[in-house]
Design a protein around this ligand. Sequence first.
Ligand SMILES: *Cc1c(COP(=O)(O)O)cnc(C)c1O
Length: 342
Amino acid sequence: MTRRVDLRSDTVTQPTPAMRDAMANAPVGDDGYAEDPTVNALEERFAQIVGKDAAVFVPSGVMANQIAVRVLTRPGDLIVAGRGQHVVSFEMGASARNSSVQFATLDDTNGALELSDVLDVIEAEGDHQPHVAMVAVENTHMPSGGTPWDVAALRALAQAIGGRPLYLDGARLFNAVVATGTSAQDFCAPATLVMTCLSKGLCAPVGSLLAGPAHMMEAARVERKRLGGAMRQAGILAAAGLVALDTMIDRLGEDHRRARQLAEAFSAAFPESNYDPATCRTNIVAFNHPRARQVVDELVLRGVEGGTVAPRRVRFVTHAGVSDDDVAYAVEVLRDFRPSAT
Ligand SMILES: *Cc1c(COP(=O)(O)O)cnc(C)c1O
């Protein structure tokens, strides 16, 4: 039997034994009455970690993004965001469907947005263009290969857009924290609202958190209800989230170290991709290849499972389920791998 190293996504992570214990023993109540002590504790903990007034526990990262869009925009508004960002490209058009907004999409090949590109869209309001209601960024930025933002660039962006809200999709915020040494508070200070996923590298089974000013979090609870995301004895899930925040952040560094080892191996195996392994700073190896789907299909047959995130772009993600042995195996496979001639 071929070995299987699952590098498709950090969403495949399993809850830890400590999480299962905490879930079994969590005190719970009806969160519709704000009476679930475990949900309340999780929301308070996250708000404190990111330096915001309050937070709301939601079923998924997509819902956190969609609630943020509903809170910060009016129908017909424009959102400035990078072309590859999740809220633009990986949510089935949800922002259009749920909030009747449009995106002005900017180049985000290297993860960050160019300040001048953002300011051009805002200035175009004067040329009969829609109102720019918010700017959205992603940290880490998935499609560029898990690239963390530079906090100085984030501050400069927030400053330059004046009173307009900056939204931080921090699905992998803690990967950025671990990779850069910038604190979560510092990363989130320039942003009006911030979200993170508990169910990716942090290994919780379900859930994301959205944080921001108290009055916006009240509005967020209304939007969560409208989207069908209000839950009841959700402390069962929040309990795992607390374990995730308390114990699973520091270990992300191991995922980053392993991803870099893989990045070196991929770079050597695919010189045609001109992939610079030094650009792999967190847990995502992503690069362009003219036959990306074929590469993925043929590596699966050898037990190295990845995916594509665009027609000619492959992605391999490390997470708590990937060991040093797994990486060594994948490196071995890559050593003599060539895509077959078509
Ligand atoms: C995964 C992800 C989301 C969505 O989270 P789900 O829990 O899968 O809905 C949003 N933004 C980014 C950057 C992500 O990687």
